[in-house]
Design a binder for this molecule. Structure first.
Ligand code: NDP
Length: 315
């Protein structure tokens, strides 16, 4: 077997340039360790975890894999200092930060010997991440699920634009679930891909089975980037989404939208399985996902398919 090596596999000390996205209510230690054991990089999504829960997930992940794994911290998380201290104490090797300014925490983490990657949705923020001392960036396009950029730049435009703007390694995200999509992302200049939605429909994902079913049954056009006045988020269309859509069409103010969103909507939908009133965060590519699989199968099939397409093109 030939060993694949590039800037990202060397940086993370992994076999395959495939990163599983940190997703609230979905990527706990089971999913992260399964992806890392399969040769990719698994990420624990800490945004929905209280500090004690995060600590438990990190410890369980360390026990379940000898390979590298990471923790994703959305920088707008309320108890961020506690999360950072746990990450440092538990010697987590890699942190993916998102939804905030990378300047604030990158230096602190780097001083502890932690590799820092920041998620961006524009070339401007990619440059900021590079200037802040990040080791790599994730460029996440409009197609992605969950929090997203206001500018609506698609992966097809964002990836080559960020590639031209920065010198540090680049991970492409947003709309990637198949070998063909991975091949396109690498051709556009990425050193690796970050995959979210495909891993929602995995056996190890901690989200509710109702949500996994909704994802594999969804079709083209079933998601929409909503709540741009608050924090833009791509949602699967359901009763809650339709209320938001109507309010936005009626020029609802920020206050009205905040009230409509309330607290714990994401937990209600993705974790508790309320498919009508919960917030269901998923990417456009869910329309191409039809089956729930073990995470290792997803990693291996994606890598095999990418390599087969690569060989075909290079013949
Ligand atoms: P809400 O304010 O609606 O709810 C907070 C949720 O987070 C609750 O369900 C709560 O759990 C849980 N939680 C975990 N730790 C804490 C804490 N220290 N203080 C308060 N609540 C906590 O927020 P959201 O559910 O919309 O988002 C939660 C986090 O996830 C945010 O940090 C946000 O930035 C991040 N996020 C990231 C996304 C991404 O794409 N990367 C997408 C969406 C959100 P409980 O109900 O058990 O109290």
């Amino acid at each position: 077997m030939t060993i694949y090596k590039n800037a990202i596999t060397s940086l993370f000390k992994i076999e395959k340039p495939i990163v599983q996205a940190g997703m609230i209510w979905t990527s706990g230690w089971r999913l992260a360790s399964a992806v890392s054991n399969a040769g990719g990089l698994g990420i624990i999504g800490s945004g929905s975890m209280y500090p004690a829960v995060l600590k438990e997930h990190i410890q369980k992940c360390k026990a379940a894999t000898n390979n590298a794994f990471a923790v994703n911290i959305p920088l707008l998380y309320p108890d961020i200092d506690k999360h950072l201290q746990i990450i440092i104490d538990e010697k987590v090797p890699i942190v993916f930060s998102s939804a905030g300014n990378p300047k604030t925490f990158t230096g602190i983490l780097k001083q502890e010997g932690i590799t820092v990657v920041h998620v961006v949705s524009s070339s401007k923020f990619a440059l900021k991440a590079q200037d802040a001392g990040c080791d790599a960036v994730v460029a996440e396009g409009f197609e992605a699920g969950g929090h997203n950029g206001r500018e609506e730049t698609t992966s097809f435009v964002l990836i080559p634009a960020v590639r031209d703007a920065i010198k540090i390694p680049l991970i492409a995200a947003g709309g990637i679930a198949t070998g063909r999509q991975m091949f396109a992302a690498m051709a556009l200049g990425a050193d690796a891909v970050q995959v979210g939605s495909r891993f929602v429909a995995s056996e190890e994902a901690s989200c509710h089975p109702n949500f996994k079913q909704a994802v594999i049954l969804s079709a083209e056009g079933d998601t929409h980037l909503s709540l741009k006045q608050l924090t833009p988020v791509r949602l699967l269309k359901n009763d809650f989404y339709r209320k938001v859509y109507e309010a936005e069409n009626n020029h609802a103010t920020k206050d009205v939208l905040e009230k409509l969103l309330g607290k714990g909507r994401a937990k209600k939908g993705m974790f508790e399985g309320d498919m009508n009133e919960g917030e269901l965060e998923i990417g456009q590519v869910s329309a191409m996902i039809h089956v729930i699989l073990p995470a290792a199968t997803i990693v291996n099939e994606l890598w095999a398919s990418y390599n087969a397409i690569w060989e075909d093109y290079c013949k």
